[in-house]
Design a binder for this molecule. Structure first.
Ligand code: ACM
Length: 526
């Protein structure tokens, strides 16, 4: 608000000025290149040297003569054409200012090398994912105005030098809660676009909860048509058809994100229980629920019909999901006895394996027996009891992999301060520095660093019903989560990070992302 008002006042003042030097148009890029390495997440190494590359109307994008090579080139061209106004043909032969190469090298599955100089820019990777991530780095090295969709003044400089980069962790996730409020396919794609810019590689969709079931299941159609018919506050809700879901999977995969679907069980199931009376121990369907309490619902652990239901849901969802993982929730089962919880997980985890997927569960799964290869997603906080932390750490020592989502660090729905108009505060206020400034490898006492597979930033939606609200809570914390997942521990430094973070603001303005102007970050003057 202040920024918008400020710009209006500036425009008004400029109109009144009749003498003096021509004003520099607001937002015009300086004729210096963004320093190599001033990107988020911080690259593993950046060595600046030599002259910058300057894109010009004759720049061509050279790619390998493969489908993947051409796709990477087309994606880069689509990114650069609107703002530069250049043709940027994608070509498999002849000289090219920007070259995307798939070639064997020490880059791993997702890493890349970027070389830049007066002669051009070359990005080299083993795999298409690495090329894609390298392209995101190139994007951030160009002026923020490159994100605009109308022609902008250049110059379009890329600093000279070499970046060698690869991720610290294989799991760099973000979760969207599409149950408490429903978000449609285009809204999910919009969030995927934000994630891709920061090299996330997992999109976890929380597809079911007490307030709504969001994915069509042919063998149990009322889950979606009835169980999906509302949301927190009583709005109309909604659900993804199988075609919708496939479209999300495809869109995410084009950006090298793997979709991890979650069906939360045995609690957080009121929408399912309301849809089918037979799933309830007493055979009576409860009403739909539009409040925000947790832990009151439970599938009927003793009924065989429950496992027919789970088998059908997991089978259909697994068939829709090319990714390796299927998340079975397991959190806050406050109305399921411990014995029932263990028995339930003993029956459900093999169903996930039967359909070829690897189990992910919230860390309460470690109170049962996590299946071999299962991953536990830790969402505790500083105040979580030592016993609960040790239960998770013991599972980790036993081979259960950990995804770290500490609620008082990475829950993007936590208020930044007491004055944040959206969000919840049960894990405390989570300002930008607190969200960023910790080390996943040493975070959970007693858990071996080798058990940590990565980090994930969940965005719960009890209080969020629009993409703008999602983005206000995600930015600027989401890039910090990306950096925790990607960048080497040695690069981790709040004082340097906050400067790189501040430099992202013009890019968010160009992308139409309305972010929280944390007082902890030295934002550029508006
Ligand atoms: C959770 O926040 N209940 C996983």
């Amino acid at each position: 608000m202040t920024r918008i008002l400020g710009s209006l006042l500036l425009v008004a003042a400029a109109g009144a000025v009749t003498t003096g030097a021509a004003p520099v148009p607001k937002g015009s890029p300086a004729a210096t290149a963004t320093p190599l390495g001033q990107v988020i997440p911080a690259p593993a190494s950046a060595a600046p040297y030599g002259a910058p590359y300057r894109l010009d109307p004759g720049t061509r994008i050279g790619v390998d003569p493969t489908r993947e090579g051409r796709r990477a080139g087309d994606q880069l061209a689509a990114l650069l054409r609107p703002a530069t106004g250049y043709r940027l043909p994608v070509t498999t032969h002849g000289a090219a200012g920007i070259r995307l190469r798939l070639a064997k090298g020490p880059y791993g599955a997702e890493g890349y090398r970027l070389d830049s100089g007066r002669w051009g820019v070359t990005i080299t990777a083993n795999e298409p994912a690495g090329l894609f991530h390298g392209v995101q780095t190139l994007r951030q090295l160009l002026p923020a105005a490159v994100e605009r969709r109308t022609p902008q003044p250049g110059p379009w400089l890329v600093a000279g030098g070499t970046i060698k980069d690869a991720p610290r962790y294989a799991w760099r996730g973000a979760m969207l809660d599409v149950s408490r409020h429903f978000f449609g396919v285009d809204e999910v794609k919009r969030y995927v676009d934000r994630l891709a810019l920061y090299k996330f590689n997992k999109l976890h969709l929380h597809l079911s909860d007490d307030q709504g079931w969001r994915i069509a299941i042919d063998s149990w159609p009322r889950l979606a048509t009835y169980g999906g018919s509302t949301e927190v506050g009583g709005g109309p809700g909604g659900y993804y058809t199988k075609a919708d879901y496939r479209e999300i999977v495809r869109y995410a995969a084009d950006r090298h994100l793997e979709v991890v679907p979650e069906i939360d069980m045995p609690s957080h199931t009121n929408a399912a229980l309301a849809s089918y009376a037979e799933l309830n121990c007493d055979g009576v369907a409860p009403p739909l629920y539009t409040g925000t309490d947790v832990g009151f619902s439970s599938l009927c652990v003793a009924k065989d019909r429950t496992y027919d239901f789970v088998d059908d849901v997991v089978r259909e969802l697994a068939a829709l999901t090319p990714g390796r993982y299927l998340h079975i929730g397991g959190d806050e089962a406050h109305s399921t006895s411990h014995e029932d919880y263990v028995a339930f997980m003993d029956r459900v985890q093999p169903i996930v394996a039967k359909y070829g997927k690897t189990v992910v569960g919230w860390h309460q799964l470690t109170a049962a027996k996590p299946a071999p290869g299962a991953l536990a997603q830790y969402w505790g906080l500083d105040g979580t009891s030592a016993a609960e932390k040790e239960q998770v750490a013991a599972a980790a020592r036993n081979g259960t992999g950990l995804i770290l989502s500490p609620a008082d660090r990475l829950y993007l729905d936590m208020k930044y301060t007491k004055d944040t108009p959206l969000g919840l505060a049960w894990a405390g206020y989570v300002e930008v520095q607190r969200s960023y400034d910790w080390d996943p490898a040493s975070y959970l006492p007693g858990a071996p660093a080798s058990a940590v597979r990565g980090v994930e930033a969940p965005l719960w939606a009890e209080t969020l019903s629009t993409p703008e609200q999602q983005e206000f809570m995600a930015f600027p914390r989401l890039p910090g989560a990306a950096e925790l997942g990607w960048s080497p521990a040695a690069t981790h430094d709040w004082d340097r990070y906050k400067v790189r973070l501040a430099a992202q603001a013009p890019r968010w303005d160009a992308l139409g992302i309305g972010f929280y102007h944390s007082a902890q970050v030295p934002w550029p003057a508006a």
